[in-house]
Design a protein around this ligand. Structure first.
Ligand code: UDP
Length: 324
């Protein structure tokens, strides 16, 4: 099977690409390298540098590489930036995705796995988020992802597209061998920043908000390893292919950890102290986001394999030996 991975040189996309190779399928990566890293891809990976909205390029790739299905990772994902510059997000995450989808359908590629997000739910006041909750995003990033979900549902009804929208919770961790890992610029995510503050104590970690209505006052999130996410993509692809259907799934561990608990876990794994200080809340952060992923478990047979300590251990290994 030939699988087009858009954004395949990004953080989750690069892990997906390796996972596909390890499972005997053939990834073809399309990435514009705005945020992605060419070094994150194994030498032999078929790679195209370009834009998902470039109709000629995407058509050429589909025909030349005999693409059967598409895993669509390419998107901008900085929530704060999406508030400052929503145009960039609607254009890249929504408009370009529409152009990509149209090109796929015009070339009879009708199997599509979409990287969605728990940010499409907004900030609901529930213990665990399930797929039937209303989706009310609280920032443009979440809206762009929700808009694509709506478009997928309409395209599916009208044109027979078969898709899965996978709503990730907090993607984290790195390759077990340390070959690739998280490398955002700028980095905004908690686990890499906490580990970087251990390696370079001058980079103090700010704890954004200590007055949330949570057990220790800091935000609670559900962290899931990138290879567990990757596994769900192939399971979802298999599911939509076999059942000729479309659906959406939450992907989270169902375990919530506060910022302080993550800091403690980073200290335990590394054996060293995180240099941190308490800071005001970061705008747009919901207090508590934990998945109910029973649907993915039941329908796809998905089981996350990495617990928090394993997630952080892979991230720590990467941070100490980063190649890019
Ligand atoms: N966070 C923090 N300090 C940082 C980065 C993140 O306290 O330097 C907190 C953030 O407020 C959130 C949690 O850590 O509650 C996870 O944030 P991250 O950016 O990793 O993921 P998000 O949940 O925003 O997608």
């Amino acid at each position: 099977m030939n699988i087009l991975v858009t954004g395949g040189a990004g953080y989750i996309g690069a892990h997906m690409t390796r996972y596909i190779l390890r499972h005997g399928l053939r990834p073809v990566v399309l990435d514009n390298l705005v945020y992605g890293h060419r070094a994150s891809l194994p030498e032999k990976t078929k790679f195209y540098r370009g834009d998902i909205a470039d109709r000629r390029l995407v058509t050429k790739i589909i025909r030349k590489e005999k693409i059967d299905a598409v895993l669509h990772f390419s998107a901008y994902a900085y929530v704060g930036e999406s508030v400052e510059n929503p145009r960039k997000y609607y254009e890249n995450n929504f408009s370009k995705t529409q152009k990509l989808l149209d090109t796929l359908l015009d070339n009879n590629v009708a199997h599509f796995i979409f990287s969605s997000t728990c940010a499409t739910y907004g900030a609901p006041d529930v213990k665990k988020l399930h797929e039937k909750l209303p989706q009310n995003p609280i920032n443009p990033y979440g809206f762009t992802k929700l808009a694509v979900e709506k478009m997928l549902a309409d395209y599916s009804r009208a044109y027979g597209l078969q898709y899965a929208a996978l709503r990730y919770f907090n993607a984290a961790g790195a390759d077990d061998d340390g070959a690739i890992g998280e490398a955002h610029d700028p980095e905004t995510h908690l686990i890499p920043l906490a580990l970087q503050s251990i390696l370079r104590p001058a980079r103090q970690l700010k704890i954004f908000g200590t007055d949330y209505p949570t057990p220790d006052g800091t935000c609670v999130r559900d962290y899931v390893h990138v290879y567990d996410l990757a596994a769900a993509h192939l399971q979802a692809l298999d599911y939509i292919l076999k059942n000729k259907t479309s659906d959406c799934f939450n992907l989270g561990s169902e375990n919530g950890y506060s910022v302080r608990e993550i800091i403690k876990a980073c200290e335990k794994v590394s054996g060293r102290k995180v240099n941190c200080l308490e800071a005001p809340r970061r705008a747009g952060d919901p207090a508590y986001l934990v998945a109910d992923s029973s649907k993915a478990r039941k329908i796809l047979g998905w089981r996350p394999c990495y617990d928090l300590e394993k997630i952080i251990a892979t991230a720590w290994n990467w941070e100490q030996n980063r190649r890019y």
